[in-house]
Design a protein around this ligand. Structure first.
Ligand SMILES: Cc1cc2nc3c(=O)[nH]c(=O)nc-3n(C[C@H](O)[C@H](O)[C@H](O)COP(=O)(O)OP(=O)(O)OC[C@H]3O[C@@H](n4cnc5c(N)ncnc54)[C@H](O)[C@@H]3O)c2cc1C
Length: 314
């Protein structure tokens, strides 16, 4: 039986939603599953980690995220627990951490997977900006995979079986590279990569103040707010809001594109959304070819109307 490892990502101590997807994937693979959590107290996370064999709690005096230390500690865990396959989330941290881990653990890495068969060491991932889906299989050595958030179906209900908890020391070796500062966006925003609903604005928003219209709509829908690159370049929106090839890849249940033309570079960042709604005053806008529902009209009229209607019904 193979040993599968999972990197459980915490954001300021909060268990990221996408961990549930990783766990759902792992629980049904029929292998020995070990989840690694960097924390001083693992108890609050244990109810979420039921149904797997082992939880490896990494403890140390200063567990602040430093990629070199995290990668080295995980490489040590992979060696110690003889993990054949190791998985994480294709999040900002996953993108930073896993390539370093692959180098340190001398493992093969496939990033941004849409499906993973952990037992067969196979996965499917988009290539050429999402134009094709490629199947990969890691035949030899250790295999690392990162999984795109919001793709894997989450099991309902609590899983059976309390895992055994083991501890492992944090490798606090001297750092070659060090994160000096993490600059957070001023507003407390919903993480777009994990959001269930996103309302996005494009160049048509005309200025940053007009994004308030989308904020109102997003508040009713409990949605995150995204933007096209044109809106970001024009400084109507901040870089962390950009969706697309050079922005974030998102995968919500509902994506509402307001005044966005639907250029391929935007589309590749949101095309796996379950339902796409487009509001655009140009009936020929390419976004309508990709949208499940299209509203031809002025977003400055439609978005407030939509907000009022949703308010009545939600
Ligand atoms: C290498 C590369 C990488 C890129 N990466 C990205 C990326 O990550 N993300 C991204 O988004 N783009 C990216 N782009 C840019 C991309 O090609 C487009 O230029 C960009 O997506 C266009 O943004 P937009 O749809 O907001 O603007 P536009 O293409 O100008 O479209 C504006 C739309 O708003 C509509 N409109 C105008 N007024 C109204 C109104 N009042 N009500 C309703 N509709 C209205 C118009 O009909 C039009 O369809 C990239 C480009 C390159 C070359």
């Amino acid at each position: 039986m193979a040993n599968i490892g999972l990197y459980i990502e915490l954001k300021e101590g909060v268990f990221k939603k996408s961990n549930r997807e990783l766990l759902s994937l792992a629980r049904k693979c029929g292998q020995n599953v070990h989840a690694v959590v960097f924390c001083s107290d693992v108890q609050p996370y244990l109810p979420k980690l039921r149904g797997i064999q082992t939880v490896i709690q990494v403890n140390g005096a200063d567990l602040a995220y430093q990629p070199d230390r995290y990668a080295q500690t995980l490489a040590d865990i992979i060696a110690e627990f003889k993990l054949d396959v190791f998985c994480g989330i294709f999040s900002a941290q996953g993108k930073d951490l896993f390539p370093r881990l692959a180098a340190k653990a001398k493992a093969s890495l496939v990033n941004d997977c849409l499906a993973v068969d952990l037992a067969a060491r196979k996965c499917v991932k988009p290539v050429y900006s999402g134009k094709l889906l490629a199947e990969y299989q890691v035949n030899d050595g250790r295999a690392l995979f990162t999984v795109r958030p919001n793709v894997i179906a989450v099991e309902e209900g609590p899983a059976d079986g309390q895992p055994e908890v083991k501890t492992f020391p944090f490798n606090a070796a001297p750092l070659k590279t060090r994160i000096v500062q993490v600059m957070k966006s001023a507003a407390k925003k919903i993480d777009l990569t994990e959001a269930d609903i996103i309302v996005s604005g494009g160049r048509a928003m005309k200025n940053k103040e007009n994004f308030a219209i989308l904020e109102d709509l997003a508040a009713v829908l409990k949605a995150g707010i995204g933007a096209s690159r044109a809106a970001v370049d024009a400084e109507y929106a901040t870089a962390d809001m950009q969706v697309g090839q050079t922005g974030k890849v998102v995968n919500p249940k509902l994506y509402v594109a307001c005044g966005i033309s639907g250029a391929i570079q935007h589309f590749v960042g949101m095309k796996t959304s379950k339902v796409i709604v487009a509001i655009n005053k140009d009936p020929e806008a390419p976004i309508f070819k990709k949208a499940d529902y299209g509203i031809v009209g002025d977003l400055f009229v439609i978005a407030p109307l939509l907000k009022e209607e949703l308010k009545k019904n939600l």
